[in-house]
Write a protein that binds this ligand. Structure first.
Ligand SMILES: Cc1ncc(COP(=O)(O)O)c(C=O)c1O
Length: 377
């Protein structure tokens, strides 16, 4: 991959002022802190970490997570799994059902490289497609039965269906039953810790009959996987999981900054990700215009926050594909044309997906560029 428009600035002390924008900044110190803090938390719980690649789509970061002690990697797309496997990264679990025959065959090829790939299923038809994917019986493909824990999206809804699917994975020698996934995405951003824990506990109770039924049939899951950044503390404290799948903890976007992640309101993770933008126009009395609009940041979680370069009270607004406005109550506080402003991404995953490179920053210097190499489908 050619190294992008800022490649010549790596190591240049004046890089920040000269950055081509918009671009994605990753503050190395905060990133390292988050990487280590989650690992420490998981280690202390006696469970495992299988972090989700969907947040970063970057083999350089995935490798760091494995080196830090993660048991494997979760992937949301076939492309993520292919790219991770091609980089020799192991322990991949694909967390969404894949049913297109051609895409299942791609996963089978990725599995050929690493030998321990697994993916979730929640239907007989999906299982049949997997059985026909041309996997060798000597290195069976892992299968994890997905259970719906209240999100009402993917996952079986009745214990007898989980048992039936798990039992069916025992027939074809190309498949190997590994366990269950129970992911409650709808709970991740419940703001108060106690409320989130109460809602999660309802789902743990809902999961129990599934686990009991599987155990009663000799299908005890080796893996019970689920949970994200929002529920990591409570999942590790009391949850039914053998491993958790958080992704956003590395970055801490605007949405997660509003969530009381740990009991007592301590902030275990720091914001490491920012969108760097430049002021390109300032002809309105209370507004400056930045070169970062909806093609630089996901819009699903509302406007960005100012991280640096302007007053934190300035209100960002999307003003088009390539434009964003910053509105000021005190016009004198406006940054000038050409100034750099950094923004906290509203939602990290779909924002990262819009960029080619993480610009790794340390003490205000650009120290490295990491390609976001697992984008696409
Ligand atoms: C199945 C699954 N697991 C884990 C995650 C990670 O969640 P978070 O980024 O909130 O930590 C996601 C995110 O959407 C997900 O879909």
């Amino acid at each position: 991959m050619a190294a992008g428009p800022n490649a010549a600035l790596v190591g240049d002390p004046g890089a920040r002022a000269r950055l081509a924008t918009p671009c994605l900044l990753l503050e190395a110190d905060a990133f390292e802190h988050n990487l280590a803090a989650m690992m420490e938390l998981v280690r202390g719980s006696g469970r495992q970490l299988r972090p989700h690649v969907k947040a970063h789509k970057c083999t350089a970061i995935a490798r760091r997570q494995l080196e830090a002690g993660a048991v494997g990697l979760c992937c949301a797309t076939v492309r993520e799994a292919e790219v991770m496997a091609a980089a020799g990264l192991t322990g991949i679990l694909v967390t969404s059902p894949v049913t297109a025959p051609g895409m299942v065959e791609r996963l089978a090829r990725a599995h050929d490289r690493v030998g321990d790939l697994a993916l979730v299923v929640d239907s007989e038809a999906g299982l049949e497609t997997l059985s026909a994917a041309g996997v060798s019986a000597e290195r069976p493909l892992g299968v994890v039965v997905e259970i719906d824990v209240g999100q009402g999206r993917t996952g079986v809804t009745r214990p007898e269906d989980a048992v039936r699917l798990a039992r069916r994975t025992l027939d074809p020698p190309q498949l190997r039953y590994r366990g269950v996934q129970a992911y409650y995405g709808h709970l991740q951003h419940v703001p108060a810790y106690a409320d989130r824990k109460a809602k999660a506990a309802e789902q743990w109770a809902r999961l129990q009959p599934f686990l009991d039924a599987l155990r009663a049939e000799g299908l005890a899951p080796e893996i019970v996987t689920g949970g994200g950044t929002g529920t990591c503390y409570l999942d590790l404290e009391d949850g039914p999981f053998t491993e958790i799948q958080p992704g956003s903890y590395l970055f801490m976007d605007k949405q997660y900054r509003a969530v009381e992640l740990a009991p007592g309101g301590t902030a275990p993770f720091r914001t490491s990700l920012a969108v760097a933008a430049r002021v390109i126009s300032a002809n309105q009395p209370d507004l400056v215009v930045l070169d970062a609009g909806i093609k630089a940041m996901a819009t699903d979680a509302g406007p960005a926050l100012v991280a640096s370069g302007a007053s934190p009270d300035a209100a960002y607004q999307f003003m088009g594909d390539e434009h964003g406005g910053l509105r000021f109550s005190t016009p004198a506080a406006r940054p000038r044309v050409g100034d750099l402003v950094t923004l906290v991404a509203p939602h990290c995953d779909p924002t990262v997906n819009l960029h080619d490179w993480f610009h790794v920053m340390q003490d205000g210097r650009l120290v490295d560029l990491w390609p976001i190499d697992a984008r696409g489908y």
